[in-house]
Design a protein around this ligand. Structure first.
Ligand SMILES: Cc1cc2nc3c(=O)[nH]c(=O)nc-3n(C[C@H](O)[C@H](O)[C@H](O)COP(=O)(O)OP(=O)(O)OC[C@H]3O[C@@H](n4cnc5c(N)ncnc54)[C@H](O)[C@@H]3O)c2cc1C
Ligand code: SF4
Length: 593
């Protein structure tokens, strides 16, 4: 089994159809196939081979416009997203409001592996409070499971994909089990200075957690833990782990990693799943709808071959939606299934984002030193004001973390631009001196916070607009609440305080929440839209992502998240997907699916 054509898939039978090949689809297909289920993966994008297609060692100078972003490649010329972005040609979405503050923007990747080829790899666990937010402060929804239900799956995903970090034992910031995390990279000079000065303000700065191999995976120990009693799976995984090299601090992870040192579904989940012989993948397969059997269960799906426009139908015992939260919502709405609660499309959430940066004279003209590192945070600041917040002292209900960094990253367009506020504007020899002086003396803080689900943020089908395949598109409604605005203002104020404590300066004062907050969708952490719960009248799925109304239909992407903690969602999506897949295997074994 392998990459096959739509015509070949027509003649086959499968246990499970998985729609989408990103973090959720990759994890689902991996868990199912390693345990023997026959899976057909349908992916709307084209086939993508990181080993040969990753622009690993090119410099910005080798690219048009020195690698700068364009509407087609917003994250720069070398970015891994070979098809997709804020605009996908022929596949629009609409907004119910023209007010920019009420518009939601949607980043989509159309390629094998989805957004995991590009993502920031920041991999944080939700903590115990994050599963029971309503119990804690009366807002939003509790999850039908608690931290302890998901902890073993966080461990499994971290061991499989490889996550660096440290166990710091901080409040609501869980430790991984011993022997799970890889060692974190050394802090850079700017990290150490931030850490030292933040501590004086009682703000922690600890090792970051990212899905990057800082050393080779233990290919003897881990496969036995991950697949006990399954010699075939252990052998496949052990061999595959040996083909992944440790990070050699090469180029930005957003380009992808041809040595497979960071996590992409295409380099970590799909190769061993394919090696089982149990996975078939059809690319350029745009799923339009779920087909229903006379008994109300899912029969399979209808999809369109993007290259020929031909429509195909495939059948399986189980259908899994893992097309990314909002694409799964769209498929559900277009199928008219699993929505007796009326909750499909409701409670969509993004992460609250506000950035702040400054310049630190102490970091100017530093002697040349080794600033090697993984491309991404080495340290970060987890939320630290839980007690003050619960006591109502902050004026907003949920927390955030800071992703921060500095140092001499690879120069690009604009590296020495915008220095006027520091030097009054220079040119010639003085400008060159200034470029050297200030290069590496800037620090940036990205606040990333929890959004509380609200009735004003939802997606529905646009009554008029269809995409180029004739499939109705989503129309978004969006509004931040005072909690998110208050949080964004706090991010700005706190980042400025840390920069002050470093003896630094900034060109712009901290802004109000309304001005500072990023537009809905910009952080690209959208989740919700088919939330899980205990009550079929108030939720779309149970805690396994199994639809209340269609027992052989599962959702394993972020659509089922009923809150969006400040922790970036992808690790949680993968842990849930592993848990759901085990449930499917169990039910299939018992012939209940
Ligand atoms: C710039 C950027 C940085 C990010 N950084 C982080 C980070 O540091 N940490 C973090 O936790 N998260 C991060 N994210 C978010 C992360 O990428 C997503 O949470 C994650 O990829 C979600 O996985 P998914 O499988 O649900 O969706 P995706 O990875 O988007 O995969 C969905 C797949 O389904 C396919 N698909 C869609 N519709 C259909 C259809 N109708 N039929 C068939 N196939 C379909 C798509 O083509 C795609 O390949 C980042 C994202 C971006 C873009
Ligand atoms: S920094 Fe490391 S993990 Fe990231 S792309 Fe480069 S080599 Fe790969």
């Amino acid at each position: 089994m392998s990459f096959i054509s739509a015509a070949e898939a027509d003649n086959n039978t499968y246990d499970v159809i998985v729609v989408g090949s990103g973090a959720a689809g990759g994890q689902t297909a991996y868990t199912l196939t390693m345990e023997g289920a026959r899976v057909l993966m349908l992916e709307a994008g084209r086939r993508y081979e990181p080993a040969t297609e990753t622009p690993m060692l090119q410099t910005n100078a080798d690219a048009p416009l020195r690698g700068s972003g364009t509407p087609q490649k917003p994250f720069g010329f070398w970015d891994a997203t070979i098809d997709g972005g804020w605009d996908v040609p022929g596949e629009p979405y609409t907004s119910a409001s023209d007010d920019p503050a009420r518009k939601f923007v949607w980043w989509r990747a159309r390629m094998l592996g989805g957004r995991t080829n590009h993502w920031g790899r920041i991999s944080l666990r939700n903590g115990p409070y994050d599963f029971k937010p309503h119990t804690r402060d009366g807002l939003g929804f509790d999850w039908p499971i608690g931290y302890n239900d998901l902890a073993p799956y966080y461990d499994k995903v971290e061991m499989l994909i490889g996550v660096y970090g440290a166990n710091d034992g901080l409040e609501n910031t869980p430790n991984s089990s011993p022997g799970v995390l890889l060692p974190p990279p050394k802090p850079r000079a700017s990290d150490l200075l931030i850490q030292q000065r933040a501590r004086k303000l009682n703000i922690p700065a600890v090792a970051g957690h990212r899905a990057v191999l800082t050393k080779a995976l233990d290919h003897k120990r881990l496969p036995q833990i991950l697949h006990p009693g399954n010699a075939k799976a252990q052998k496949i995984l052990s061999e595959d782990m040996q083909k992944r090299a440790a990070c050699f601090f090469a180029t930005p992870c957003g380009r992808g990693c041809s040595i497979r040192a960071n996590y992409q579904s295409t380099t970590v989940h799909l190769p061993p799943a394919l090696d089982t012989g149990n996975l078939d993948i059809v690319t350029d397969a745009m799923v339009r709808a779920i087909n229903k059997r006379p008994d109300g269960k899912a029969e399979g799906v209808t999809y369109i071959d993007r290259k020929t426009g031909a429509e195909h139908r495939v059948k399986a015992r189980v259908v899994v939606l893992a097309a990314s939260a909002l694409e799964s919502v769209r498929i559900l709405l277009n199928s008219g299934v699993a929505n007796s609660s009326g909750k499909v499309g409701k409670y969509i959430m993004d992460t609250v984002g506000a950035n702040f940066s400054g310049q630190v004279p102490m970091l100017e003209n530093l002697p040349l030193h080794n600033e090697d590192g993984v491309d991404g945070l080495h340290l970060y600041t987890p939320w630290w004001l839980y007690k003050e917040q619960l006591a109502g002292k902050l004026g907003f209900a949920r927390g955030y973390h800071f992703e921060f960094g500095g140092g001499r990253t690879m120069p690009g367009m604009g590296t020495a631009a915008g220095l006027d506020w520091l030097n009054g504007g220079t040119y010639g020899k003085k400008f060159k001196e200034d470029a050297r002086r200030y290069y590496g003396s800037f620090v940036g803080f990205a606040g990333r916070g929890e959004m509380i689900p609200n009735d004003d943020c939802y997606a529905e089908l646009d009554p008029k607009v269809k995409d180029r395949f004739g499939i109705p598109v989503l129309r978004f409604h969006w509004k931040w609440s005072q909690h998110e605005l208050g949080q964004a203002a706090h991010m700005q104020k706190t980042a400025a305080e840390i920069i002050d404590a470093m003896g630094g300066r900034y060109s712009m004062k901290p802004q109000s929440g309304e001005k500072a907050i990023k537009q809905g969708g910009i952080i690209i952490h959208e989740v919700g839209g088919a939330i899980m719960g205990n009550d079929p009248k108030k939720s779309v799925t149970d805690s396994f992502g199994r639809c209340w109304d269609m027992k052989n239909l599962f959702i394993t992407d972020g659509a089922t998240l009923c809150s969006n903690a400040d922790k970036n969602p992808t690790l949680t999506i993968m842990a849930l997907a592993w848990r759901s897949s085990e449930r499917m295997l169990e039910l299939m074994k018992r012939k209940e699916l």
